[in-house]
Write a protein that binds this ligand. Structure first.
Ligand code: NDP
Length: 492
């Protein structure tokens, strides 16, 4: 077994041991072994990181916009330069398939830095024609200050980059806390960024647990905004903590996203989209299309096609180029998914594919679960209502377009939805009525830096990506300038 790597946390341009002098284990989900020790930061470490971010804020926001853009652009270059080693860590720490993650880091995730670098000098304010004579009124966008980013384990670098790039480009400084289950890649990314011109204190990385590390970060009086990605329970705890000091929050939470297959859909295309929408990342993605709503008369045929597509999928070691589905990223989650499967059976859903933990030859000790499909799911079952965040698809039949909309919207979540139809006008009509932040028509799973993502209902609020993703890290100032003597004595 290779030596276990011990990390430090990063604040004020230096690597530090945690004040507690304690570390916790990070597991490799493919082998079940501990491969790294992660610092267990507490309020003392948080204070060091936040003080550094606070001190760095003024000079950072005052950099000329194009100069700040140049620094952010170089973060993208550093990401590309280190994509191989960062990808290897995501594979080891989180089970991400190397063939997916490394190219993603080099291309569309690096693009996040380039996109927001380009926006640094383009978000203009406006001159407002106010009903006030002798006044010039204009608005400008200003950063908040030191902001906290708290991220989930499922796509550690993606989730982090979607926050760091716009936050920094907007002129904020950042303290980021990755998930306890997947902290190593963010620490390694910070190491890569040290080769750039990023000034001291502009980006800081603290690691540890939600309540012990995350809470004091959110509650630190010098933190001005919180951007959170995670589950509903964590999100609402974070929002409550932030509300005590009236801090704005950006919330990217979970989903139970419906894929709606209408009677006139191209079934093979839809089946590809349904399989793609959930199984390759083993369902561990917020927008997983985990509810398949299908026009009743197509039900059996579509389920057959989807099962035939998914059945031969190769589960295995995420470093192997021919692996199509990797492991579940951590053991507690692996156990939770198996509980969901058992509960679905107990509730009366019919298992038509998978349903078991498996030990692939290439990774016999890893945490793997077969792609799993349940039919005979009714909208009131927990399987149709709760996020499993695993490779488990729930199939629910419907009888009419109206029925499909009703079932799709009968959820506390509203993150994404897919609609499959040969009639584009019908697709658009459905998109108008589905309560979700993203609707895909005849495709699923596309995401690029340019288009905003985010939730309706308990899937969250605020947006990431696109121009809105940067505006979320900016506040508006309105300036009133008197162009002629304009202030009479109120008591004359
Ligand atoms: P959690 O909500 O458990 O954790 C998310 C982060 O919040 C972690 O860093 C966690 O710390 C921290 N945290 C938890 N509780 C608190 C607290 N009281 N105070 C401060 N910080 C806290 O989510 P998961 O990591 O399990 O991620 C899975 C969830 O994320 C799923 O619901 C998924 O849908 C969602 N998600 C949403 C995305 C979106 O864009 N909408 C994208 C990706 C995932 P720690 O775990 O280290 O203790």
């Amino acid at each position: 077994m290779a030596a276990v790597k011990s990390y430090h946390y990063f604040a004020d341009n230096g690597w530090h041991e945690p004040a507690s002098r304690t570390w916790f284990d990070s597991f490799n989900p493919t082998t079940g072994e501990v491969w790294a020790y992660i610092p267990r930061c507490n309020a003392e470490d948080i204070d060091r990181a936040v003080q550094a971010a606070h001190a760095a804020f003024d000079p950072w926001r005052r950099l000329l916009p194009s100069a700040r853009g140049n620094v952010v652009r170089k973060l993208g270059d550093a990401l590309i330069d280190h994509a191989e080693s960062l990808g290897a860590i995501e594979t080891r720490d989180n089970g991400k398939k190397t063939v997916d993650i490394t190219p993603a880091l080099k291309t569309w995730l690096a693009d996040s830095f380039y996109y927001y670098a380009g926006l640094c000098d383009k978000l203009e304010g406006s001159v407002i024609p106010v009903d006030a004579p002798g006044i010039l009124n204009y608005t400008k966008h200003e950063p908040f200050g030191a902001v906290a980013c708290i991220t989930a384990w499922n796509s550690p670098l993606l989730v982090a980059i979607w926050k760091i790039a716009p936050a920094l480009a907007a002129g904020n400084t950042v303290v980021i806390k990755p998930s306890e289950h997947a902290s190593a890649s963010m620490l390694a990314l910070m190491e890569a960024f040290q080769e750039t011109d990023l000034p001291t204190g502009v980006l800081n990385v603290v690691t540890g647990f939600g309540e012990e590390t995350g809470e004091p970060l959110i509650s630190h009086p010098l933190i001005r905004l919180v951007s959170f990605t995670g589950g509903v329970a964590g999100g609402s705890a974070v929002a409550m903590a932030a509300s005590r000091q009236v801090k704005p929050v950006i919330m990217e939470l979970g989903g139970k996203s419906p894929q709606i297959v209408l009677g006139d859909a191209d079934l093979n295309l839809a089946a590809n989209g349904i399989a793609t929408g959930i199984f390759p990342p083993a369902g561990q993605t917020c927008i997983a299309g985990s509810r398949l709503l299908v026009q009743r008369e197509l039900h059996d045929k579509l389920v057959d096609i989807v099962c035939n597509i998914v059945r031969p999928a190769r589960l295995g070691h995420p470093e192997n180029a021919d692996t199509q589905i990797g492991p579940i990223a951590n053991e507690p989650h692996f156990k939770r998914i198996l509980e969901h499967i058992k509960e679905a059976k107990d509730e009366g859903a019919r298992l038509v594919l998978g349903g078991n933990a498996v030990q692939p030859d290439s990774a016999p000790n890893g945490w793997f679960i077969e792609p799993t499909i349940f039919t005979d799911v009714t909208p009131d079952m927990r399987l149709a209502r709760e996020e499993v965040f695993g490779p488990v698809l729930a199939v629910v039949p419907f009888d009419s377009e109206e029925d499909a909309i009703r079932i799709a919207n009968d959820s506390k979540f509203g993150l994404a939805a897919g609609v499959w139809t040969r009639d584009s006008a019908r697709g658009i009509r459905m998109a108008e009525r589905i309560a979700a932040g993203t609707v895909y028509i005849n495709n699923y799973f596309n995401a690029t830096t340019q288009s905003p993502v985010g939730g309706y209902k308990q899937s969250g609020y605020g947006r990431e990506n696109g121009i809105e993703g940067m505006k979320a890290f900016l506040q508006t100032k309105s300036v009133w300038l008197a162009t002629e003597p304009n202030q009479p004595n109120p008591f004359a």
